[in-house]
Write a protein that binds this ligand. Structure first.
Ligand SMILES: Nc1ncnc2c1ncn2[C@@H]1O[C@H](COP(=O)(O)OP(=O)(O)OP(=O)(O)O)[C@@H](O)[C@H]1O
Ligand SMILES: [Mg+2]
Length: 240
């Protein structure tokens, strides 16, 4: 479904990704784990080609999504036309809008309008906390609830592929498990997920496959279970 090949990315003259390659197959949860500054967010922003003019620039390599190179797709069409959804780091929800308004806004580019009502229901089934807060301004939600809303919004775009940048960030352990259970449920309904995570333990527990990113290079990859038992990974990312 997604195939990234030898992706080299720079900020100005500084190379942040040194030619990374990875794939995501339809129906999978794939996780990209790594420490602060490893290049996780850069990878995601490069795929979605989001960010300010001083943001990441693809120097070489290719990104093929559903059989088409994204390098030839204008950035504004990646989400709307290629139907790739993103739950970005820092959430980026509209604080002055209600939960429902945020969800509605995500549907603007959809052609399959008859499916929208079903998707609202899916979001509220996955995250019951959002039901009670439907009419509440989003800025008054807790951090965890905002994280749920960010995922819900990605779902409302009608995409069958979502990239998530650290959905566990700032969540208390219980809420974190709720979030990952919801993601697993979404996956079992057919959603393909690329999960960027600093929390290797939880990410590998829920993903099918994983890649370890270390200062802009992929240093290990494989089945999630295999990675969890890899001595190097254990030592560096799972606390021994
Ligand atoms: N706008 C920018 N301009 C210059 N360098 C940047 C910029 N954004 C990120 N970098 C650099 O690129 C590297 C990768 O950063 P990135 O944000 O992708 O890491 P990350 O793995 O997402 O880390 P974290 O877990 O802290 O979110 C870092 O060395 C960072 O300093
Ligand atoms: Mg990041």
């Amino acid at each position: 479904m997604l195939s990234v090949t030898n992706l080299q990315v720079k900020y100005g003259n500084t190379e942040a990704l040194h030619g990374i390659s990875f794939t995501v197959n339809q129906g999978e949860i794939v996780t990209l784990i790594g420490a602060n500054g490893a290049g996780k967010t850069t990878t995601l922003l490069s795929i979605a080609r989001l960010g300010p003019p001083e943001g990441p620039k693809i120097a070489s390599g290719d990104i093929v999504y559903k059989g088409q190179s994204l390098l030839n797709v204008p950035p504004h069409e990646i989400v709307t036309k290629m139907r790739m959804a993103l739950a970005p780091e820092g959430r980026h929800i509209f604080g002055n809008l209600t939960v429902e308004e945020n969800l509605k806004l995500a549907t603007f580019a959809r052609q399959d309008t008859e499916q929208i009502a079903t998707d609202y229901q899916r979001v509220y089934d996955l995250f019951p906390r959002l039901v009670e807060r439907r009419k509440q301004r989003s800025e008054s939600l807790s951090g965890g609830e905002q994280q749920m809303l960010a995922v819900g919004r990605a779902l409302m775009t009608g995409s069958d592929f979502i990239m998530l940048d650290e959905p566990s960030m700032g969540l208390a352990p219980l809420l974190m498990y709720d979030m990952f259970r919801a993601l697993k449920e979404l996956n079992s309904q057919g959603m393909t997920l690329l999960l960027i995570e600093q929390n290797a333990r939880i990410a590998l527990q829920f993903a099918h496959r994983g890649y370890v990113l270390d200062t802009g290079a992929i240093v290990a990859s494989g089945d999630a279970k295999e990675l969890m038992n890899n001595p190097e990974v254990k030592k560096a990312y799972l606390g021994g």
